[in-house]
Design a binder for this molecule. Structure first.
Ligand code: FAD
Length: 340
């Protein structure tokens, strides 16, 4: 008989993923007709548990304290281990924040189990638990099962619509974990991001805005308009809080001595050799829509593109709507409308 544990951390980024994790845990427990529990590590564990109050979990556990407030391998790992031992669950579902993903394989190793990260679906078929994940830069999807327990499964965020749970006061069984001094040597003093990217890459945004190399090319008047391109793009991002993506051609220009957009880095690149984000909508501008770029749009549900060329790659069935227009003019007008 399986028993499910939803394991979460109480930093802001991890907390946001808890409702989605609880939705998956509740649904899996219903399919397996087994009970499920919640375990939380960090500071403010009671409040985090209360927020999930009505989710249907049979029991809540916590490791609480200042020493567990921030992501640190040497404290997160013993805390998670203690919680798993207290719960004795066989299937451990963990919302896949960077904090969680850092400790999961070691956690499974310590308990003689197995870990899988970036799992996009967990389901039950003929009584067997099956997990899905993508391999080889999102080109192949595997559906697999494991016999080892505990099976630690990190859930890739954004795959399940989270239920909204009513808050209720729950009783949390606190588990105490004594950390040796050498587990406390690392202190998190703050976060620093590479210049530019912190403000432009927003995984939670509704819209992915992609800028292609066309923004830095000569325009119909024979001139470059790079400062205008920068202003238009940043204005749109600020107004909409969209996430900024790029093509490879545009980010590679940084090293080629060509005109560049100062806020663009390789971290913005979408595509075969870039990232594959999961925004609900995407808008490509001044981007040709070549296959190595468009494969990065695999999980973008609704796609639109603005290109001056009616024969660009997007026109070949790769977008829902193609506006054949000058992106400088279109985005300027969009920004005006947004200002109103
Ligand atoms: C092995 C390999 C891996 C690759 N991996 C990636 C990857 O991960 N990501 C990626 O992006 N690419 C990747 N590429 C490169 C990819 O094939 C394309 O070369 C690249 O995506 C083209 O970028 P672009 O569309 O910005 O530039 P261009 O091809 O130069 O297109 C610019 C577009 O802007 C349009 N334009 C110009 N002015 C305007 C205007 N005023 N209004 C509207 N439109 C305008 C033009 O009509 C043109 O279509 C890879 C290539 C290879 C070989």
């Amino acid at each position: 008989m399986e028993k499910i544990l939803l394991l979460g951390f109480s930093d802001q980024a991890s907390l946001k993923l808890l409702p989605e994790g609880a939705t998956v845990a509740a649904s899996l427990a219903a399919s397996l007709e087994c009970s499920w529990e919640v375990a939380l590590v960090g500071k403010g564990v009671q409040e985090a548990a209360n927020a999930l109050g009505s989710c249907g979990a049979a029991k809540f556990y916590g490791v609480e304290g200042d020493e567990f407030a921030f992501a640190r391998y040497s404290s997160d790992l013993p805390a998670a281990e203690a919680l798993l031992k207290a719960s004795q669950s066989t299937l451990i579902l963990v919302p896949g924040s960077s904090r969680a993903n850092r400790v999961l394989s070691a956690l499974a190793m310590r308990l003689g189990g197995r870990a899988d990260t970036h799992v996009t679906r967990v389901a039950v078929e003929e009584g067997k638990v099956l997990a899905n994940r993508w391999f080889y830069r999102q080109r192949m999807e595997a559906c697999f099962s494991r016999s080892q327990r505990p099976w630690v499964i990190s859930l890739e965020p954004g795959n399940v619509e989270p239920q909204s749970f009513n808050a209720a006061t729950v009783s949390v069984e606190m588990v105490s974990v004594a950390l040796p001094d050498d587990a406390k040597r690392t202190k998190v003093l703050g976060l620093k991001y590479p210049a530019g990217t912190a403000q432009t890459i927003r995984p939670d945004a509704q819209l992915l805005f992609v800028a292609g190399a066309g923004w830095t090319k000569k325009q119909p008047d024979g001139e470059l308009h790079v400062p205008e391109a920068e202003k238009t793009i940043l204005d749109f991002l600020e107004k909409t809080q969209s996430s900024l993506g790029s093509t490879k051609s545009l980010v590679d220009q940084t090293g080629g001595g060509d005109a560049v957009l100062s806020f663009m880095t390789h971290l913005n690149q979408i595509g075969q050799t870039g990232s594959t984000p999961r925004h609900a909508k995407g808008l490509a501008t001044c981007c040709h829509g070549e296959e190595p770029h468009v494969v990065g749009w695999r999980f973008i549900t609704e796609r639109r593109a603005v290109n001056i060329d009616a024969n660009c790659g997007w026109a070949r069935g790769k977008t829902d709507v193609l506006y054949v227009a000058d992106a400088f003019a279109v985005m300027k007008k969009v920004n005006e409308l947004l200002s109103e």
